[in-house]
Design a protein around this ligand. Structure first.
Ligand code: RUQ
Ligand code: CUA
Ligand code: CA
Length: 635
């Protein structure tokens, strides 16, 4: 086994390996230190941070170390897979900064427990989720910081997270499909649509009358409106849908299909040597919707168009074999489909799609290279300098290759398009470069997300952590600089320069996330900012209280056994980071109330007696004393 460290660090001629290690270390520390000083002199947020690479200004690879009190240069948004959440990391330190509950319940924040979160979650009754693909909204191919979207394969949903407060604010269930997998945003002119692939083919109508008429099954490509979060249209396709991406003109989106066979079993879905990429012509689809050339399915009102083979709304390009990821290069000249069961990647030249839809060229004429990289290519990322980085699942490697040289080699020239292969540990799926899915790809870091960690960390029972590895790609060679254990399962991530993310420190009192609660208070004649009041409405009781560290505005209230009690807390603190909580002991309720936020929770007071409530977010030296009593009178 090759040690990647030996391969890529500059050779130092000494017999004492430890001494050379020491030389490298101190040089790194020296560079880090001087960069820190420069950062301090340059001052201000956005000034460059310590080991800001370009192979750490040629002194060796960058360090993932970000010193105490120093800020990271990038935000990483990590899919939490079947944990159902999204995680926010800082890069290069890989420190976990925040968790954003989405398709899960979260005890700390009360997500799935509070009325405000239940309103977002809807009443699907699903407490689980399986998210894969987080992507930030864009304007003209640049991240705009406004939203982050994520799919839920488990319950066929798409969620939106607000960039300013980092909370989920909308969740949409996609009708008439099963298992939303691939998700990407329209990059240009701005994110009007979020494209969502439904993976599994199914009967229509799916009314229980038939299981085995599988030739009648189909699935659909959906366009979710980024602002309304309604589905604007759906397109029926041949085969199934795996991953998706969009171009930089706003005209096309395209998805891979691994099951062109339409099989329902494993062997069947591997029968064909080629499956396909399906290209969606957005202008034509929008025109067809406008002209009323659509149907609807079931109870849903969403326009459904037929994009199966022969339709002028789509084009199908054969691609070997069970292709998985599809990735558009920054700037949008090329997109790369990753072969999975074929050792190849297929390179499409996107400006040929117009000619394809005009019937001037054949589907395969859009392919400008199809070259071998290694076993199990799954996803590709780009550095903005003409290099692509493809994960090889079976080889446990990242392959760096030169796109223009690959095209030359495909055309018969004798050039070596493979630049380097780096071992990763072990079995990579997605990878992602800093800013790499936008026009602003800066080629500093690559994240490789491994499905297995095996022996890399202390073990914690049979269930292992996964391993997210940080690689410095700023120089001629990739150098592994950090191993990051993660909990199930970061399918995918994206890395956004911190200048693109602008978050609030306090809630705006007009924040729409608690607008319904504000409206309820208004109807009760309650001023949330001043009043501490109990309102009785039949057997429904609404308890309104304020909070200022270290006390609630109300230290006791009385209800009757069997009442449905809604506690509404408004945090009047104006100080950054002073979040309060509300927990009613033995009632299964708990929530976060951040500064200037209103949050509410409803429960049944079914146990007579005195019940304590307390603040469970540490807020003050007298945090333990921040508590009160509810008396439940026997019915
Ligand atoms: S997929 S490991 Cu769910 Cu994005 Cu490729
Ligand atoms: Cu308020 Cu702890
Ligand atoms: Ca197949």
């Amino acid at each position: 086994m090759i040690n990647p460290k030996d391969k890529h660090l500059p050779k130092i001629d000494t017999e004492d390996a430890q001494a050379s290690e020491h030389v490298k270390m101190s040089r790194r520390l020296f560079l880090g230190g001087s960069a820190a000083l420069m950062g301090a002199a340059g001052a201000g947020v956005g000034a460059s941070l310590l080991p800001a690479t370009a192979q750490a200004a040629k002194g060796g690879p960058a360090s993932a170390h970000v010193g105490p009190g120093e800020l990271d240069e990038y935000y990483g948004f990590w899919s939490g897979g079947h944990s159902g959440e999204v995680r926010v990391l800082g890069l290069p330190s890989m420190r976990e900064l925040m968790r954003i509950p989405v398709f899960n319940t979260d005890s700390a924040t009360g997500w799935g427990i509070t009325n405000e979160s239940k309103e977002v979650l809807g009443n699907t009754g699903h407490l689980n989720g399986d998210c894969h693909h987080p992507h930030m909204s864009m304007t003209d191919g640049h991240y705009d910081g406004k939203y982050i979207f994520i799919n839920d394969k488990a319950n066929s949903r798409v969620a939106r997270i607000r960039g300013d407060i980092m909370k989920t604010d909308k969740i949409t269930t996609i009708p008439n499909v099963q298992a939303i997998h691939g998700l990407r945003v329209q990059k240009v002119p701005h994110t009007k649509y979020v494209f969502a692939n439904a993976e599994f083919r199914m009967p229509h109508p799916n009314d229980g009358s038939e299981m085995d008429a599988i030739d009648k099954y189909f699935t659909m490509f959906s366009a979710v409106n980024a602002e309304t979060m309604e589905v604007d249209w759906q397109v029926i396709v041949d085969g199934n849908l795996d991953n998706t991406d969009a171009d930089y003109t706003g005209k096309y989106a395209f998805s891979t299909c691994y099951n062109s066979e339409g099989a329902v079993d494993l062997a069947g879905s591997m029968r064909a040597e080629r499956d396909h990429l399906v290209i969606f012509n957005i202008e034509r689809i929008e025109a067809a919707v406008k002209a009323g050339k659509f149907t609807t399915l079931g109870d849903s009102k969403v326009p459904v168009l037929d994009g199966r083979k022969g339709s002028e709304l789509t084009a199908y390009v054969p691609v070997p074999k069970n292709p998985h990821g599809i990735n558009t290069a920054p700037g949008g000249k090329y997109a790369v489909a990753n072969g999975k069961l074929s050792p190849t990647v297929t390179v499409f030249q996107l400006d040929k799609f117009d000619a394809l839809f005009e019937g001037k060229i054949k589907p395969r004429d859009t392919v400008v290279a199809e070259v071998e990289l290694g076993l199990g290519p799954l996803h590709t990322a780009f550095d903005g300098r003409g290099n692509a980085y493809t994960t090889l699942f079976i080889d446990s490697q990242v392959c760096k290759w030169d796109v223009e040289k690959a095209i030359k080699a495909y055309n018969g020239e004798k050039v070596n398009y493979i630049v380097q292969k780096l071992d990763v540990h072990y079995q990579p799926g997605h990878n992602h470069t800093t800013m790499g899915e936008t026009r602003d790809a800066d080629g500093k870091y690559l994240i490789s997300l491994q499905k297995f960690s095996k022996d890399r960390f202390l073990q914690c029972g049979p269930l292992h952590a996964e391993n997210d590895q940080l690689i410095d790609i700023s120089g001629d060679e990739m150098v592994l600089i950090h191993d990051g254990p993660t909990y199930a399962e970061p399918h995918d991530c994206m890395i956004v320069h911190r200048s693109k993310v602008k978050t609030r420190k306090l809630y705006d009192r007009k924040d729409p996330t608690f607008a319904s609660t504000v409206a309820m208070a208004k109807a009760d004649g309650v001023n949330l900012e001043t009043d501490n009041k109990v309102i009785r409405d039949g057997n429904k009781v609404r308890v309104y209280m304020t909070s200022v560290a270290p006390s609630y505005g109300m230290d006791k209230f009385t209800v009757k056994q069997g009442d449905e009690v809604t506690v509404v807390v408004t945090n009047l603190d104006q100080i950054e980071d002073v979040t309060h909580g509300f927990c009613m002991v033995n009632h299964g309720v708990q929530m976060e109330i951040s500064p200037q936020q209103t949050a509410s929770v409803t429960f049944v007071a079914d146990q007579p007696g005195v019940h304590w409530y307390y603040c469970n977010w540490f807020c003050h030296a007298l945090h333990m004393e921040m508590r009160g009593r509810m008396l439940v009178e026997k019915a």
